[in-house]
Design a binder for this molecule. Structure first.
Ligand SMILES: Nc1ncnc2c1ncn2[C@@H]1O[C@H](COP(=O)(O)OP(=O)(O)OP(=O)(O)O)[C@@H](O)[C@H]1O
Ligand SMILES: [Mg+2]
Length: 377
């Protein structure tokens, strides 16, 4: 368990080299791993993928999506349902590796961007701890804290480091570990959703905002010239639209979700004159739900704009289930007055992927990016 915690996030490799000599030697003798599996436990769906990377070719070898149980980690019934779902997914997807990488996101982690004077690594640890204490609420208990150097800037002749701080309650890390172990899987590492998306969509030469709009949350990141500039989890997603439909039509959440996914459509200007009253009512209700989501996205982008070195967003890439809503891309481009591309992983990202020319469902951007963690290095 201790070794697993040390493997948390990107510190994995450095830590291993310092205090795990026998393990290191064994790994050197073992054949190089070519298969990598990832699991994304979303609010609406669990996604599992396995990729194989051999001879410069990366391809998906197993894939599975199932509805996620409702609940929170720490709740026995929810955890039991998760274990069962993971067991079923292993069987039905046919993944061969038992080692998986997963992500922690949403309200389970606290992330902050900070700029601190450049210091040697040992002194940096202490500075990071001090900074972390400023923004972490006293009530969260024991935390696992990590940081990643995103870049360096020069201000009035002084060198500053741009760091991303990540803190997660240690209990959450243990809960994840317990659930996967009970399903016969081993967590090889825990990643951040933002990094997974950065891997899949981040190799662009513009100032791009990437938004993975799920059910309960939206992961925002801004990437410029391939460098991660900003990341934030917005606690709003497609559930806002479902609730709006449910209230409007007096439906249950499940019924409203079905209506949204199967019949939901945002009408364009030219559709307005030819559409039925029923379609116009659905459009109205969806727009009502979307107004809350757009407000939250704007607020986060406004916050990014106040950050040191921020640049205007030249384009958006959208992924996640809510990006599949008919008419959403056009609606969002109009709302943001900026070009918007649909993020079907497989079109953007690694050159190997581009050659494969396979488009995966936009809900799978996170899980594919997570599986690519070891491939992308
Ligand atoms: N065709 C569709 N039209 C509209 N909404 C859709 C469609 N397909 C899926 N959705 C919505 O997308 C959301 C699920 O997307 P996704 O799988 O990316 O979320 P998740 O990863 O499970 O959740 P989260 O990331 O918030 O924890 C749900 O709100 C679902 O209703
Ligand atoms: Mg998600």
């Amino acid at each position: 368990m201790k070794r697993f915690l040390q493997k948390w996030l990107w510190k994995r490799r450095e830590k291993e080299t310092t205090n795990d000599l026998p393990g290191r030697l064994l790994r050197k003798l073992a054949p190089k791993r070519t298969r990598f599996a990832a699991v994304d436990i979303g609010t609406r769906e669990i996604k599992m993928v396995e990729i194989s990377a051999t001879g410069g070719k990366t391809e998906v070898t197993a894939f599975c999506r199932v509805p996620a149980p409702v609940g929170e980690l720490g709740e026995a019934v929810y955890e039991e349902a998760l274990v069962n779902a993971l067991c079923d997914m292993v069987l039905s997807s046919g993944i061969q590796t038992k080692e998986v990488i997963t992500t922690i996101g949403g309200n389970k982690t606290i992330t902050r961007h900070i700029h601190v004077p450049a210091l040697p690594d040992r002194e940096l640890e202490a500075t990071v701890r001090l900074e972390a204490e400023k923004f972490i609420p006293a009530a969260v208990g024991e935390l696992t804290i990590r940081y990643l150097k995103l870049g360096e800037t020069n201000r009035a002749g002084e060198r500053y480091l741009h760091l991303l701080l990540v803190a997660a309650p240690t209990t959450v890390v243990y809960d994840y570990y317990g659930v996967f172990t009970r399903a016969g899987l081993i967590i090889a590492a825990i990643d951040l959703e933002a990094f997974s998306l950065w891997r899949v969509f981040g190799g662009l030469e513009t100032s791009t905002a990437i938004l993975d709009i799920g059910a309960s949350k939206t992961q925002l990141l801004v990437v410029r010239d391939g460098v991660l500039q900003f990341t934030r989890t917005i606690p709003a997603g497609g559930d806002l639209l479902t609730r709006s439909l449910a209230e409007h039509y007096g439906l249950t959440f499940q019924e409203a979700q079905r209506v949204k996914e199967e019949e939901g459509e945002l009408l364009g200007k030219e559709d307005a004159t030819i559409s039925s009253t029923a379609a116009m009512q659905v459009d109205f209700s969806l727009r009502y739900g979307l107004s809350g989501l757009i407000r939250e996205i704007r607020r986060s982008l406004d916050f990014y704009a106040t950050q040191y070195n921020a640049a205007a967003i030249e384009r958006f890439i959208i992924s996640g289930g809510t990006s599949k809503l008919k008419g959403f891309r056009e609606f969002f481009a109009e709302a943001m007055e900026t070009p918007v591309d649909s993020g079907a992983p497989g079109i953007y990202g690694l050159p190997e992927y581009r050659e494969e020319a396979v488009s995966y469902d936009p809900t799978c951007a996170v899980v594919l990016g997570t599986a690519l963690r070891e491939v992308a290095g």
